[in-house]
Every structure is written in structure tokens, then in C-alpha cells.
Design a protein around this ligand. Sequence first.
Ligand code: GLN
Length: 307
Amino acid sequence: MELEEFLKSTVEKNKPLMAKGHVATYIPELAKVDPNLLGAAIVTPEGKVISAGDDKVKFAIESISKTVVLALALLDNGEEEVFKHMHKEPSGDAFNSIVKLETKADHLPRNPYINPGAIMTTSLIKGSSPDEKFNRILSFMQKIAEDDSLDLATETYLSEKATGDINRALAYYMKGQGVFSANVDDTLDVYFRQCSINVTAISLGKIAGFFARGGVLTNGERVIPERYAQIVVGLIATCGMYDQSGEFLDNIGFPGKSGVGGGILCPLSSKKIGIAVFGPAIDKEGNSTGGMGILKDLSDKLNYDMF
Ligand code: GLN
């Protein structure tokens, strides 16, 4: 079966799985999203896009932004500096957990893909104001997605800002322990905005392709050193699905980074292929149920499993 046909049929086949999940409700704006949406995109090494289902529906990137902001923080500061502020280890806890910040002696976030680590990463982005920092993040994301239409979902941003007290608690905890030197409100303002950037399965697939190609655009332009792409993807494999990261890697065999907006980004570096899925019905860990079903089928049928 042609890849296009296969993708279409697997999107249809996995629709029932969405009933096993629910849209995120702790951010009120996300609770309004239609839980029945499901889409997927594959970007070939040459940059050709194959997509199916609700592939052009805009949704909030949420935690997947953490990968893009890590790449920019690495460009801004270098690897050594960034990892003075966080580790590269899976946490085994929920994405917004405070537990390991308290129990680990150095009080540093375990990795950049859980909320405390991502808030720390955002604080490392260069810029003289929250606006400048956010605009740098948005432009960088547009560049690597090769899509200028990515924009801010203002209602989602305001909704996150109004309800983001756990994130404030994480940042103030780090500040109280003396490991976070930036202004908390300003940093969270940027963080809430980066999480509220609108993407589609197609634009997310292109970001996955960018990381899978080691940090080059489809025209061959290198945007980040290959080493930074390795860091971004390696941490996606070990820490991208929160406390489901081990099971996801075993079951599906792709590096996967999820967001509570329902997206999952999979950069398959060994094949230079980018895959993204979108299904806003998520499980208790915060990962798209239908999206994971599609990824399982792709991994089984197409021999894309990295192992
Ligand atoms: N903006 C969300 C939050 O900070 C992102 C969480 C996620 O996608 N897992 O809670």
C-alpha cells in the first residue's frame, strides 16, 4: 500500500482510541477543543509532506515547544552553560511535579522537557524584554518549520496565564533554592506564550524533519550545529513522554515529544524522517491516545522503529 493510503487508513483505524482519552481541562481554553480530531503528517528526507486526517487544524504546541526552545537556548548559551542549570535525566514523574526539585540535593530540574526544566530553559533565552524573547522564539520556530504562518493563540496564552499557578510555584521554588536567577513573572509570560503557539500536524512534522536531518532546512541551510540536534532528539527519546517515556520507547521505538494540546513530535534521525500526529484526547500522563495508536501502526508496518 502506498504510504499516503496507509496513513489515511491508520488515522481512520485509530479514531476509536480517542474515546480512551479526554481533552486537557486544567487549561480552560484547551477544554474547548473538539476531542474527535485526529491527523498525522510524515516529512520525507527531501522535505515532501505526506499527511492525512485533520492535518491542517491549528492547535497549541504546548510542551513540544520545549524542544524548540532548548535548541535556541543552546544556540544562545552553548551546551556547557545550559546544562549547568539542568540535568539530562528522565524524571519518572508528572510533567508539572515539584517532587524531584525538592528531593535532589542540587534542586536543579531533571531535564528540559518537564515544566521546571522548560521554565529554566526559557529563562536562558536572550532578549531585553519578554516581548523580544518571545519574538525570537516565534521567529526561530517559523524558520525551522519553514512556515511563517505559525502564530500565537492569544486566548490560550491568556488562559494559561490565568491558571498557571503550579508553573509559578515551580519557578518560585527554584528561585527560593537559589538556582533560578531570572524574573519569575517575565519568564513565565514567555513560557505561557511559547506553549500557546499554534501549529498543525504538518508544521509539526516539518519541525520533526528539521531535527531528524540534524538541524538543516530542506534547502540545505544549517541552522543549528548537528550536536544540538542530537541533544534535542536524544532527550526526546529518554524524557519526551514524561512518566510514559520508557513504555513509549519500548512499545513504539520512536523518540516522541508530546504536548497537552494533543501533538506528538517524532524526529527519526536515523532515517531523516519527521513524523507528527495530532489528537487532542490525551491520557492521564498527557499523551495523545489516538496519536500514539497511529505511531504504533507506523512503527509496526513500516519498520521505522529505531531499534
Ligand atoms: N503549558 C502546559 C503547562 O505548562 C504544557 C504542559 C504539557 O504540554 N505537558 O502545563
